[in-house]
Write a protein that binds this ligand. Structure first.
Ligand SMILES: Cc1cc2nc3c(=O)[nH]c(=O)nc-3n(C[C@H](O)[C@H](O)[C@H](O)COP(=O)(O)OP(=O)(O)OC[C@H]3O[C@@H](n4cnc5c(N)ncnc54)[C@H](O)[C@@H]3O)c2cc1C
Ligand code: FES
Length: 336
């Protein structure tokens, strides 16, 4: 009664936002530039943080221009960091709302929302004899979490970035090479071109015998999945994607967000999450690629297409859709 309309916990949040029992939050304690467009964000997680396994990611909720936006970022800190802090390393993409904010504007002291770490892009309990890390651009982040956490007797990395100064963690990688803990092939795509996956035979002759973790742009990962399958060793390849692979498109339609009272035209390729955000509708989200279910929303009327499979879902009572991987398939009504 005394604190209405706020709850007592809202007042406690003001003085002790990272306390046990509060919604999980983190406080940004430092931002370290890594390259011209990437930075490592050091976060002190609240008391409820349950730790992570190397290679996993965390969803964070950040306020950008007064709107809470959720994105996923791989953890780059080792699991046994003594000071209890965790790090993510973010590459600012052009027009990227959250990545640009984190790399260029966020200030130490900022509170963010955190989810527990999750993801199955992790190392197995039994150490493989030979490891290959195949990465490009910001795809190095989950692998850096693994490199900082676990040593192997025989680990090879093939990493691509436009130019030497774009290679995130370059000094640390070269330090591992100098200590004979890593064998590294660094490719510069501005001069060498994109990695042709067939070149692996020359770069890493025993690639097919290696347990491989790959993370990077869709083109690299699609080529790797095809290559490993064609050589009969798909089970040796573990892939982490930062964006969904969109294979199916069709006609769009008029989308109504009935709770907000907005109606907009949408094409058949743009996820309804983007359509809603663009229209100013408050849309929940997380990974934005179909894995976390942070965006599920009731479909009240009409039909939507799953952009990954082409499957059509029609409205029925209780039907939920993942707006980040669903596009309009004709007129539809989304309960937002
Ligand atoms: C499991 C997982 C782990 C991830 N780990 C990392 C990480 O460690 N470091 C990191 O920097 N990012 C990581 N990401 C990507 C991150 O979640 C965001 O997608 C990225 O930062 C862009 O968000 P934004 O708000 O800046 O862009 P938005 O404002 O959402 O998008 C701006 C524009 O860029 C396009 N776009 C969106 N994402 C990308 C992308 N990844 N590459 C190219 N274009 C894009 C959009 O289609 C849009 O046109 C991860 C994603 C997943 C799913
Ligand atoms: S935002 Fe993660 S599944 Fe849609």
């Amino acid at each position: 009664m005394v604190t209405t309309p706020l709850l007592p916990s809202d007042y406690l949040d003001l003085v002790s936002p990272l306390r046990a029992g509060a919604d999980l939050r983190g406080r940004i304690e430092a931002v370290h530039p890594e390259t011209g467009d990437a930075a490592t964000i050091v976060i002190r997680p609240g008391r409820g943080w349950r730790g992570h396994t190397a290679g996993q990611y965390v969803r964070i909720g950040v306020d950008v221009d007064g709107v809470r936006l959720w994105r996923a970022y791989s953890l780059t800190s080792p699991t046994n960091r003594q000071d209890g802090r965790i790090t993510i390393t973010v590459k600012a993409i052009p027009d990227g709302k959250v990545s640009s904010h984190l790399v260029r504007r966020v200030k130490p002291g900022t509170l963010i929302q955190l989810d527990q770490a999750t993801g199955d892009f992790v190392l197995p309990e039994a150490k493989p004899a030979k490891v290959l890390y195949l990465t490009a651009g910001s795809g190095i982040t989950p692998v850096m979490g693994m490199l900082r956490d676990t040593e192997f007797d025989d680990v090879v990395m093939v990493h691509s970035a436009p130019q030497p100064h774009d290679v995130i963690f370059r000094d640390e990688l070269h330090g591992l090479v100098a200590d004979k803990k890593l064998s590294l092939t660094e490719l510069h795509t501005d001069t060498d071109g994109m990695l042709d996956i067939a070149r692996l035979d020359e770069l890493v002759p025993d690639w097919a015998e290696r347990e491989t973790w790959a993370c990077g742009p869709a083109g690299l990962l699609d080529a790797a999945e095809k290559h490993w399958s064609e050589h009969g060793v798909p089970e040796r390849l573990h892939v982490e994607r930062f964006r969904p692979s969109i294979v199916a498109a069709g006609d769009g339609g008029e989308v109504t967000f009935s709770t907000t009272g907005k109606t907009v035209d949408a094409d058949g390729t743009t996820p309804l999450l983007d359509v809603g955000e663009e229209a100013g509708v408050l849309m929940p989200s997380g990974c934005r690629m179909g894995i976390c279910f942070g965006c599920v929303t009731p479909l009240k009327a009409g039909a939507v297409r799953d952009l990954r499979t082409g499957e059509i879902t029609e409205a029925e009572p209780g039907v939920l859709i993942q707006t980040c991987v669903s596009a309009a398939a004709g007129p539809c009504d989304i309960e937002r």
